[in-house]
Design a protein around this ligand. Structure first.
Ligand code: SAM
Length: 298
C-alpha cells in the first residue's frame, strides 16, 4: 500500500477544508464533530498505539477519515465505526486507497463488540484509537473496559479535565470514581496536551491524548467486583462528607440498601486501619479493596 503524500492527507488543513466544502458537509456539534488538522498530534496518537502490521485497530468516530488514513498505514486491519450516516459515502472516497479498512455505520455504544472482535480481529492484538466525541467519552471507555475485550491499549483524545481525572492519584480533587474505574482495569499515561487550534472547527475546551494500557489482571484482587464498585460509589456520594458518613448513608448492593449501623462501619474500618474520618479522595484502590473484602456476603 502506498503512503499518501503529505499534501494529500486529510490532516493537512487545506485538504480537510476542501473535502468539507466539496461535499457540502455541515458539522454537527451534537455529535462532537471536531476534525483533527494537526500532523504532530496525529503522529503522537499513532505512535502511542504501538501498531504494527500484525496488530488490529478499532477507531471510534472516523469523521472524514483523518486518523483512519494513518492507522491504515501502520496496522494490519482497521475497523472504524461512525455514527453519522452522512459520512459513510465520504469515507469510501477518502479511504479508497486502503483495502485494510472496514467502515461500519452505527453507534459504538449499541454495537456488539465481542462479535466485532471475533469477525474482524480473530487472534490479532488490538488497540482502540480515537479522537472521541466528548459528549460520550465516559460511557465509551467504560463499555470498552467492562466488556473485557482483548485490548492492548486505548489511545484517545479526550477533554483535558477528563484525562486528568482518569490519571489522577489519591489526594487531589480530580481523583474520583472515574480514576478508580479506569485504574482498576488499566495503567493510564498522559501523552500530550492538545490546543483547540488542532481541530476544525475549534472546540470550546482544551484536550489531551491519554493512553490506557489494559492490565492482564485487575489492579486489585476483590472477591466481588460489584461490591468493590458499590463501596467506591458510596464513598464518593457527597464529597464533603467523611468516609464513615458516606458509607453509612449510601452503601447499597444491587440497588438494595445495606442496613448497618454506624458501629458496624467504625469497627470494619478500624479493623483494617482506616480512619473513618478520612475523605474518599484520600483512599487508594487497595484501601477500597480492603473495605470491600470485609463486607459480609448478603
Ligand atoms: N476521527 C476524526 C478526526 O480525528 O478528525 C473525527 C473525530 S470527531 C471528534 C468524533 C467523531 O465521532 C465524529 O465523526 C462523530 O460523528 C462520531 N461519533 C459521535 N458519536 C458517535 C457514536 N456514538 N458512535 C460512533 N461514532 C460517533
Amino acid at each position: 500500500m502506498t503512503k499518501l503524500r503529505q499534501e494529500h492527507r486529510l490532516v493537512n488543513p487545506a485538504v480537510t477544508r476542501q473535502v468539507v466544502r466539496q461535499n457540502g458537509f455541515q458539522f454537527k456539534k451534537s455529535l462532537g464533530q471536531n476534525f483533527l488538522i494537526d500532523e504532530e498530534i496525529l503522529d503522537q496518537i499513532v505512535s502511542a498505539a504501538n501498531l504494527t502490521k500484525e496488530t488490529g485497530a478499532l477507531e471510534i468516530g472516523p469523521g472524514i477519515g483523518t486518523l483512519t488514513q494513518a492507522l491504515a498505514e501502520h496496522a494490519g486491519t482497521v475497523v472504524a465505526v461512525e455514527k453519522d450516516a452522512r459520512l459513510i459515502p465520504l469515507l469510501s472516497s477518502t479511504l479508497q486507497e486502503y483495502p485494510n479498512v472496514k467502515v461500519y455505520q452505527g453507534d459504538i455504544l449499541e454495537m456488539d463488540l465481542a462479535a466485532l472482535w471475533l469477525d474482524s480481529f480473530a487472534q490479532l492484538p488490538v488497540s482502540v484509537v480515537a479522537n472521541l466525541p466528548y459528549y460520550v467519552t465516559t460511557p465509551i471507555i467504560m463499555k470498552l473496559l467492562e466488556e473485557r475485550l482483548k485490548i492492548e491499549h486505548i489511545v484517545v483524545m479526550v477533554q483535558k479535565e477528563v484525562a486528568q481525572r482518569m490519571a489522577a492519584r489519591p489526594g487531589g480533587k480530580e481523583y474520583g470514581i472515574l480514576s478508580i474505574a479506569v485504574q482498576y482495569y488499566t495503567v493510564p499515561q498522559i501523552i500530550c496536551t492538545v490546543p483547540k487550534t488542532a481541530f476544525l472547527p475549534e472546540p470550546g475546551v482544551d484536550s489531551m491524548v491519554i493512553r490506557l494500557t489494559v492490565r492482564k489482571e485487575a489492579a486489585v484482587d476483590v472477591p466481588n467486583q460489584e461490591v468493590f464498585f458499590a463501596v467506591v460509589r458510596a464513598a464518593f456520594g457527597q464529597r464533603r462528607k467523611t468516609l464513615l458518613n458516606n458509607l453509612q448513608s449510601n452503601f447499597q448492593v444491587n440497588a438494595t440498601a445495606f442496613s448497618s449501623t454506624k458501629e458496624f462501619w467504625i469497627s470494619l474500618l478500624s479493623d483494617i486501619g482506616i480512619d473513618p474520618g478520612r475523605r474518599a479522595e484520600t483512599l487508594s484502590l487497595a484501601e477500597f479493596a480492603a473495605i470491600a473484602k470485609k463486607i459480609p456476603p448478603n
